[in-house]
Write a protein that binds this ligand. Structure first.
Ligand code: HEM
Length: 122
């Protein structure tokens, strides 16, 4: 990822963080709409807690884009926990779509082509 793309992603993330509750709610609403199998996967989860954890994990990843290699053990262990949750590979694409939807809704006109490309580089 280029330094310019990292900056674009980090700057736009600031806008999302300012509306962290709506961002997380919008993300899960969109995920549940895109993949009807997903609500059942979260049946036992405390959704407020889950929203907080997701936003924290995304913040950690986005703030660390320039040192991503150092994060790989944490990401690998998160990936292993998701295998145990029954998450399939194709569901990561749905999560990606839900995330891009949430960004485009909340960032509005500033989510232009260069910014979309930067987010897609992650
Ligand atoms: C960028 C990709 C993702 C990130 C950053 C992420 C993040 C997280 C985090 C931080 C947790 C809290 C528990 C833990 O740390 O193990 C979690 C739990 C969970 N995630 Fe994800 N996740 C991702 C992708 C997915 C996908 C594709 C699915 C499938 C729909 C999914 C379904 C779940 C489920 C079912 C739980 C457990 C909820 C519970 O019962 O407490 N996640 N996720």
């Amino acid at each position: 990822m280029s330094p310019d793309s990292i900056l674009l992603v980090q700057r736009s993330w600031g806008t999302i963080v300012a509306r962290t509750d709506s961002a997380a709610r919008m993300f899960y609403a969109r995920l549940f709409e895109l993949d009807p199998r997903t609500p059942a996967m979260f049946a036992n989860a405390d959704m407020e807690e889950q929203e907080r954890k997701l936003m924290q994990m995304l913040a950690l990843a986005i703030n660390s884009l320039s040192i991503l290699a150092e994060l790989s053990p944490a990401i690998e262990s998160l990936g292993r926990r998701h295998v145990a949750y029954g998450v399939t590979d194709e569901q990561y694409e749905t999560v990606r779509q839900a995330l891009l939807y949430m960004l485009s809704q909340l960032l509005g006109a500033s989510f232009d082509d260069p910014m979309r490309r930067a987010w897609n580089e992650i």
